[in-house]
Design a protein around this ligand. Structure first.
Ligand SMILES: Nc1ncnc2c1ncn2[C@@H]1O[C@H](COP(=O)(O)OP(=O)(O)OP(=O)(O)O)[C@@H](O)[C@H]1O
Ligand SMILES: [Zn+2]
Length: 657
């Protein structure tokens, strides 16, 4: 029963929840039932059909409405007198700044991606508000408390890099369906609908191939006034026909492999059908947003034949160009974008047919492309309960939970292990070399200062690696780049010009030996980067053409994968192995992360006393691995599963091979 102290802490607390998805809905209910009275929720999403059977607060009639608002309304029905404030917005929006965060006593994350988690972590550090971080993936879950200066922050420990694949496997020799999916979404989709300036391995191929066949710069360019049917067929024939023929000419490659077969539209669709593919007159919303709807294909679990895949491919491409033209050039694959999923499914299946790989349904392809492992409601409910327990501990002011070491990081296991379904351990102390919470730590960057542009540095390092949204970059006292709503036009022009300059030719040259200061004003986060000029980089191992050191992302998990194309970003902490010795210390190992801190030990909590503790770490590790692999799909030797409850597309387990 709650003590007076408990209920005072709960009643007086102002709580911010970020994310109203699987964990968030459970959390809101548990907070309300535990007596919390002032809850704010940020979620940027609207409810989709796919949320309905997993998020118990949502009903069919809510589809299309804000998750945060619907969750609020549902909970107010049984707790009408409490205050719940919903924000249908991205937590990264500039109005959610440090001052906004400062008004809360505790922040609770129910997020599903690394970017947002890093952002909230930084705001909580800057605002000095405790953060309870969480994640679930299938039956597995984890809850951690993060308090500035007392415990590690979200970025103190390395996160495993996303699973990636050798470029040549993706571009030339796919052997599994996931290779075709990665090709379809990371290369073809990105090439057709994404940023044209991005380096893309299809570039090389298309240009090489095309320069020998036609004299145009880029086969992927839509030519003015070209009919979209014609454009679609041209792309199809190029990537599934011509490029495969070109690949076949390299006989060495196919000596020990099955040869792929080139596929041209004319071999699959009779002419007349190509002309009449889809609804000629697109009027209703559904058929303009979905190639399947337009073609009358209803069941996402059906496996389409080659002709159907071809029709979906052409129709989806046409729909993008007719209905979503404005987005073209800025799109990146999103598992919740129906048309994108249809396009990627069809493209992956056609490529699979070429390489004699079995086809998959849209439902399966979406799961693979989006790294989806369906959430288990019970795990979310358990994790939500644990979040509330930790929140109450940090809120109890008189009872110094830091001094008394009451905080716990708790793992929720799939099978009771040593009679424990939940494994609580003491949180780590802050990592003194964390570049986020220990601001003194400078980073260093090896880069070719004569070749790399400021744009490369901003995209690949500042945004992708350092997770900054609104960066400001300085070299000494010279301002090189800045983002903001209130910039004068000439400043914008100046910064835009700087982006296209190589580092050594900037107004204040960035050369070896210089120190750059990079700051995100919203996150109130600054770091210094020491520049080292380096002439050459290994294209396979260092595809960015620059190497940042001193930060905490782990290496890709497999040594022999000389890889650089991934199936979506994701990172994770993963489950620990089990208690290690009778001293009640356990070692937490990262299953998929070679750079975890193996020496660190965490104390088991008091209530585990009496458990028989296993001496053998190895046996348990094997068991954990087995358990995880059991969840994996079909195949084979080089499969590797990564737990992804901290990364993008989370509340999911990665199903990567
Ligand atoms: N930057 C962000 N700002 C606000 N909300 C975010 C942000 N990033 C993610 N979210 C929200 O976090 C929630 C995560 O919930 P969850 O992992 O259950 O995903 P979901 O999309 O609800 O479920 P599923 O993918 O399983 O259908 C989502 O509702 C998502 O909209
Ligand atoms: Zn840290």
């Amino acid at each position: 029963m709650a003590s007076l102290q408990h209920s005072q802490a709960i009643k007086g607390a102002k709580v911010l929840m970020v994310g109203a998805g699987g964990i968030g809905c459970e959390l809101l209910k548990t907070l309300a039932l535990s007596g919390f009275q002032d809850i704010h929720i940020i979620d940027m999403d609207t409810i989709e059909v796919s949320n309905l059977n997993r998020q118990f607060l949502f009903r069919q009639s809510h589809v299309g409405q804000s998750k945060a608002k619907v969750a609020r309304d549902a909970v107010l029905r049984f707790r009408p007198h409490i205050s719940i404030t919903p924000y249908h917005a991205n937590a990264k929006d500039s109005n959610f700044n440090v001052d906004f965060f400062k008004q809360f006593n505790v922040v609770l994350n129910g997020l599903d991606n690394l970017d947002a988690r890093r952002h909230v972590n930084r705001l909580c550090l800057a605002a000095e508000v405790p953060l309870v971080e969480s994640g679930t993936t299938g039956f597995l879950g984890q809850v951690t408390v993060q308090v500035k200066g007392k415990t590690e922050c979200y970025e103190c420990q390395p996160k495993p890099a996303p699973k990636t694949y050798p470029v040549c496997t993706i571009t030339s020799t796919p052997s599994k369906f996931v290779h075709c999916i990665v090709w379809a979404k990371e290369l073809l989709f990105a090439k057709l609908f994404g940023d044209k300036n991005q380096v893309n391995d299809l570039n090389v191929r298309s240009n090489d191939a095309f320069s020998s066949s036609e004299n145009t710069n880029d086969v992927f360019e839509w030519r003015d006034d070209e009919d979209f049917e014609h454009y679609g067929r041209r792309i199809y024939d190029h990537v599934f026909g011509y490029n495969i023929e070109l690949a076949l000419s390299d006989e060495e490659t196919w000596k020990k492999r099955n040869k792929p077969r080139p596929i041209y539209v004319r071999d699959v669709l009779p002419d007349q059908m190509t002309q009449q593919n889809g609804n000629v007159d697109i009027t209703d919303d559904l058929s303009s947003a979905s190639a399947m709807a337009s073609l009358g294909l209803k069941n996402p679990q059906d496996i389409w034949c080659l002709m159907e895949n071809t029709r979906v491919f052409l129709e989806a491409l046409k729909l993008f160009f007719t209905n979503r033209k404005k987005e073209i050039g800025n799109l990146s694959f999103d598992k919740d974008d129906q048309l994108a999923v249809e396009f990627v499914t069809a493209a992956a299946n056609i490529r699979a047919a070429s390489f004699n790989i079995p086809s998959h349904s849209l439902f399966e392809a979406k799961g693979i492309a989006g790294n989806i492992v369906h959430a288990v409601a019970t795990t979310n409910a358990i994790v939500a309960g644990l979040i509330v327990i930790e929140a109450i501990k940090v809120l109890k002011k008189d009872n110094d939970c830091y001094r008394e070491k009451l905080m716990r990081m708790t793992y929720c296991l799939e099978h009771p292990s040593k009679k424990m379904l939940l494994m609580p351990v003491e949180p780590f102390e802050p990592n003194k070399s964390c570049f986020v919470c220990s601001s003194q730590t400078p980073l260093s960057l090896e880069i070719n200062t004569h070749r790399s542009k400021l744009r490369d540095f901003v995209e690949k390092i500042v945004k992708a690696k350092l997770g900054m949204n609104s960066p400001l970059i300085m070299c000494g006292s010279a301002l090189l780049y800045e983002v903001g709503d209130d910039l004068e036009e000439d400043m914008i022009a100046n910064y835009t010009a700087n982006l296209e300059k190589v580092l050594s030719e900037l107004p204040s040259p960035v050369i070896g030996g210089k120190m750059l200061t990079v700051e995100d004003l919203q996150q109130e986060f600054t770091c210094n980067i020491y520049i080292k000029h380096r002439e050459e980089f290994d294209e396979e191992k260092e595809p960015d053409g620059m190497v940042l050191s001193g930060w905490t992302q782990a290496l890709p998990e497999k040594k022999d994968d000389k890889t650089s194309i991934g199936n979506g970003a994701s990172t994770s902490k993963s489950l620990p192995t089990e208690p290690m010795d009778a001293q009640k210390d356990i070692e937490v190992k990262e299953i998929s992360d070679g750079t975890a801190s193996p020496g660190k030990k965490r104390k088991l909590p008091e209530f585990s006393e009496g458990c028989t503790l296993d001496q053998s770490n190895e046996a348990d590790e094997t068991r954990n691995d087995k358990k995880i692999q059991k969840l994996d799909d079909d195949d084979d030797d080089d499969d590797l599963v990564m737990l992804d409850h901290w990364g993008k597309d989370t509340s999911k387990k990665q199903r990567l091979q």
